[in-house]
Design a protein around this ligand. Structure first.
Ligand code: ADP
Ligand code: MG
Length: 361
């Protein structure tokens, strides 16, 4: 008996969802570890706390909790807002209410199962941006094709002219024509990357190798600013199925942005983690509980809320010579890998970009 009690206690403690046990007068009598984490408070501080403090101003939740105990019925997928006493913050939750039925079939308590859906909500917001992106992409591909053809004509002619020119001033001008045409060409190529129906030739890919290969490229630029990369890699990360070249492009864009935002002596931290806590829905609506997270943290200038809103919009840039395509292309590639991008940024403090990629088992 003692052993089985222990067994149930372990289940209670190990669940990733929060559990609140509430009494008939809707006060908390017991919580598990996940609930402590979700509400960011200690077990002891929960005791005797009324439900309306944890979920303020939500009569619907109080009503459901009461009904589950008095009428012995359960409710699933009830959305609500939880309250963080420590920082006065609020967070979205998904709740399940069940009556706690004792051996004598009497019900004097209720169980509330809690999932913090903050991350899910944020990630869903990004998905809306992808839809917008795909509409816009149709337009840009069309344009890109139309621009490319005359451009190659211009470049070819300019090169022929350059051969015949003897005057060095004139040669200089013609060289500028060619350089600028090349610049447009690179831009057009990037625009086309936005729409490329991505090849799904995914191969087992080691994310640390991808990161190392691109950090070498950017190391010099950061060193000019007297800054440095700090790598914190989780050795337990499995390989993922991915298109390595595309992922390199993503992390090059993200690391470049972090380096460009960094102040003198700034550090850019690249960390990886094997994550089994967060679950999020993939496009096909199946759950992928195993994913890897690559986190890029800079202590740079950060972003205003206005910049954050337009971050993934193609051609949005705040830089003199920026293209505004880096984030848009990155989002597209990550979505194609059934992953997600999460951004947290604070002006004058820095930016954290998290890329979630599913691990196919
Ligand atoms: N790490 C970062 N820190 C501050 N701002 C950033 C960061 N990453 C992106 N941004 C903002 O988002 C904009 C768009 O980024 P991106 O799509 O890569 O285009 P670009 O780098 O060419 O401007 C940038 O111009 C910048 O304002
Ligand atoms: Mg960029």
């Amino acid at each position: 008996m003692a052993e089985s009690e222990n067994f149930y206690r372990n289940i209670f403690a190990s669940l990733v969802d929060g559990i609140l046990i509430i009494s008939a007068d809707l006060r908390v009598t017991k919580v598990n570890q996940a609930a402590e984490e979700i509400f960011q408070r200690s077990r002891r501080s929960f005791e005797g706390e009324s439900l309306s403090t944890l979920f303020p101003d939500q009569p619907n939740i109080i009503k459901k909790a009461r009904q589950s105990i008095t009428e012995g019925i359960s409710f699933h997928h009830v959305e609500g807002i939880g309250y963080h006493k420590s920082n006065n913050g609020r967070f979205p939750v998904n709740l399940t209410f069940s009556p706690l039925i004792k051996d004598d079939l009497e019900i004097t308590a209720g169980i509330i199962l809690i999932q913090n859906t903050s991350l899910l909500k944020e990630l869903q917001e990004n998905s809306q941006q992808t839809e917008y992106l795909s509409t816009l992409s149709t337009l840009t591909t069309g344009m890109a094709h139309e621009i490319r053809n005359p451009l190659s004509g211009i470049r070819g002619s300019a090169q022929l002219l350059l051969k015949d020119l003897k005057n060095s001033d004139q040669r200089g001008y013609m060289e500028i024509v060619i350089e600028e045409v090349d610049r447009i060409n690179r831009l057009v190529k990037k625009m086309m990357d936005l729409t490329h129906p991505s090849l799904n030739d995914f191969k087992p890919t080691n994310i640390h190798q991808v990161l190392e290969e691109i950090l070498i490229l950017e190391k010099g630029t950061l060193e000019v600013k007297e800054g440095a990369f700090v790598q914190v890699y989780d050795p337990s990360i499995p390989t993922i199925k991915a298109n390595k070249d595309e992922l390199k492009q993503v992390f090059l864009n993200l690391v470049k942005n972090a380096v460009e935002a960094s102040p003198k002596g700034g550090r850019v931290r690249i960390s990886t983690q094997y994550n089994t806590d967060y679950t999020f829905r993939k496009k096909q609506d199946t759950l992928s509980p195993h994913n890897i997270v690559v986190k890029i943290t800079d202590s740079g200038l950060g972003m205003t809320t206005a910049t954050m809103k337009k971050l993934f919009t193609p051609f949005f840039t705040t830089k003199k010579r920026g293209t505004g395509l880096g984030m848009a292309i990155s989002l597209k590639i990550i979505e194609n890998h059934h992953g997600k991008i999460k951004v947290i940024s604070e002006e004058n403090i820095g930016t954290v970009i998290q890329v979630f990629l599913p691990v196919n088992k």
